[in-house]
Design a protein around this ligand. Structure first.
Ligand code: 5GP
Length: 206
């Protein structure tokens, strides 16, 4: 019997343009972890450089709605005109096998995950300033002016959601933000509420 056999469900979220994807990739490049990324499903157009099945599962709206109807999504949300959601299938299996499952999702979906899996760890990535975020959204270059403005408006509303999270990590430097997230994951594993049950079993083992 070992302590802390089950993996953690780690929800990384925050306003559009804050750099969640970059921080998540830096996190996965760190040594000695057992993280696995949950690939989301979306109806938005593939961006140049994106790979189907790696960045997202790119599907039609009809297929997305079919997955919802069949109860296959852990959560989903409509974001600036497109659907995004987390397929349920592998999550429990990965957690049981001790992997930390990382979701990188927007705030509405994160609230749905917390309601269904209250044991998850919710991390809000915040920008160093609002201006820094607006600049990033404008510079992305792949979106039209209308989409950029919609994403800025959405980000303004998303700032308010930080209070619902367990942790707020400022993305001042990508490597700092990734370090802090790894520290959170390690500390969460040692929390008494996650450990006590198996610790008592360990003490009672003959
Ligand atoms: P983007 O179009 O920039 O890739 O993503 C737009 C937003 O959707 C980002 O905030 C991203 O984190 C979020 N997102 C990506 N996958 C999911 C998902 O599975 N569920 C939810 N609710 N949001 C997601």
């Amino acid at each position: 019997m070992k302590l802390n056999d089950r993996g953690l469900l780690v929800v990384i979220s925050g306003p559009s343009g804050v750099g969640k994807g970059t921080v998540r990739r830096a996190l996965f490049e760190m040594p000695n972890h057992n993280l696995t990324y949950s690939v989301s499903m979306t109806t938005r157009q593939m961006r140049p450089g994106e790979v189907d099945g790696k960045d997202y599962y790119f599907v039609s709206e009809e297929e997305f709605k079919k997955n919802i109807a069949e109860g296959k999504m852990l959560e989903y949300a409509k974001f600036v005109g497109n659907y995004y959601g987390t397929p349920k299938d592998k999550i429990e299996e990965d957690l049981d096998s001790g992997k930390e499952v990382v979701l990188e999702i927007e705030v509405e979906g994160a609230t749905q995950v917390k309601a269904q899996m209250p044991d998850c760890v919710m991390i809000f990535i915040a920008p160093p300033s609002k201006e820094a975020l607006y600049e990033r959204l404008k510079k992305r270059g792949t979106d039209s002016d209308k989409t950029i403005q919609e994403r800025i408006d959405k980000a303004d509303r998303e700032f308010e959601c930080a209070k619902n999270y367990d942790y707020i990590v400022v993305n001042d430097e990508v490597s700092n933000a990734a370090d802090r997230i790894m520290a959170i994951i390690r500390a969460e594993h040692a929390k008494t509420k996650r450990t006590l049950h198996s610790y008592i079993e360990l003490l009672n083992e003959k």
